[in-house]
Design a protein around this ligand. Structure first.
Ligand SMILES: *Cc1c(COP(=O)(O)O)cnc(C)c1O
Length: 401
């Protein structure tokens, strides 16, 4: 594939085709493949990059095609797909960290990641420190000789704070640590962490990349030898592999990713702009608005500011009930990156009890952004004027109880 083609072209014309070959990638559902008795052995350590397909927990043709395209999209040497975003995250952390190692984790990040690190990883003897990575000097202070990995999420869920990846990767590497970045909210269309120094990029393929709300998946992109070792431990032994059919659905979604992200971002900007002017809205956080505290970093680091908007209103819980009742188009539901717009209220106290459990000074910072709670709006592919009208009628106090 010609690397000087624009990403839109590369995602449609991923491979050269010979006469008679299909234009779309084939779906290969077989779990086992005819083997050569002189060829590979039965252990995962016998599998190399050149090994033929053998058993579906190692690799399959359809998933491999998806991995090659995702690696190309991120500018990485290789990619490894998993059954879900969490399988990719837990696989990477279990593979890289051992008892006594120190992990620095974004203080605000996907709840599953925070809970996994604080629960299972600590139980296995890994030291875990939450750090506000939107302030690079905080990272400098938290790094230790035993720090093996810095794990960032940018924009982070649900506050949409950003991490300056060039600054953070330089600090991590200086201290001998690796940097992994969950860039699910940004997608490869908005952010290229490997070009800014990250060692690994992770995505939940369930979100924008799958993009249609009908498939779970995860991916890690990085260097060839690091991913070969990861394939053995985190895929072959932990076993949370992506199946061929979801991989095929995600391949189908990839060809429209740039256009979908352009639409998500343009509509999110319009909706966020409307929310900013609404009298019942206290604060709006969207990296594509000048009012975002890190708008300059967003402009410098991101080429698409994605479809996630976070906002605060007066009386959060009462407003959550009102919006869930009155919104007609926007669905009150978790998750993000779907054609449908989705809204969910995240009370600070609940999150603090269940997911984040931040020390007082980080909690105070969380509150400075989120107050008692925030609405997380995943702006879908509907027309912006319809979404704005829906929000306008649902926010209005006229028949609020
Ligand atoms: C959804 C999400 C995950 C987890 O992905 P699943 O596919 O649901 O397992 C991880 N990180 C971020 C930022 C997410 O939004």
């Amino acid at each position: 594939m010609a690397s000087d083609w624009d990403v839109r072209t590369r995602l449609v014309h991923a491979e050269a085709r010979e006469e008679g070959e299909p234009l779309n990638p084939p779906l290969v559902m077989s779990t086992t493949f005819r083997a050569d008795p002189e060829g590979v052995g039965f252990s995962s350590t016998d599998m190399g990059e050149q090994s033929p397909f053998f058993y579906a927990r190692w690799s399959t043709p359809t998933v491999r095609t998806l991995e090659r395209r995702l690696a190309d999209l991120e500018g990485g040497e290789d990619a490894l797909c998993f059954a879900s975003g969490m399988a990719a995250i837990s696989g990477l952390l279990l593979h890289l960290l051992k008892p006594g190692d120190h992990l620095i984790l974004s203080d605000v990040c996907y709840a599953g990641t925070a809970e996994f690190a604080r629960g299972m990883l600590r139980r296995y003897g890994v030291e875990v420190t939450p750090v506000d990575l939107s302030e690079p000097q905080e990272l400098r202070a938290a790094l230790r000789p035993t720090t093996k990995l810095v794990y960032a999420e940018t924009p982070c869920n649900p506050l949409l704070k950003l991490t300056d990846l060039a600054a953070v990767s330089a600090l991590a590497h200086e201290a001998g640590a690796l940097l992994a970045v969950d860039a699910t909210l940004a997608t490869p269309i908005g952010l290229r962490p490997l070009t800014l120094g990250a060692d690994f990029v992770l995505h939940s393929l369930t979100k924008y990349i799958g993009g249609h709300g009908d498939v779970l998946g995860g991916v890690i992109i990085g260097g060839k030898s690091a991913l070969a070792a990861l394939r053995q431990e985190a895929l072959v032994h932990l076993g949370a592999v992506l199946h061929a059919f979801p991989a095929w659905l995600i391949l189908r979604s990839l060809s429209t990713l740039p256009q979908r992200m352009a639409a998500h971002a343009a509509t999110a900007r319009a909706v966020a702009g409307f929310l900013e002017t609404h009298p019942r809205v206290r604060r709006v956080l969207y990296p594509g608005l000048d009012s975002h505290p890190q708008a300059a970093l967003a402009r410098q680091q991101m080429s698409n500011t994605s479809g996630m908007v976070t906002f605060q209103t007066e009386e959060g819980p009462a407003m959550a009930r009102q919006l869930a009742r009155k919104l007609k188009l926007i669905q009150y539901a978790v998750s993000l990156g779907k054609p449908h717009s989705l809204l969910f209220y995240l009370p600070t106290e609940d999150l603090q009890r269940s997911s984040f459990q931040l020390p007082p000074e980080l909690l105070a910072r969380y509150r400075a952004w989120a107050g008692d709670g925030v609405f997380r709006l995943s702006v879908g592919l509907e027309a912006p004027e319809d979404l704005i009208r829906d929000l306008e009628q649902a926010l209005s106090p006229a028949d609020a109880r």
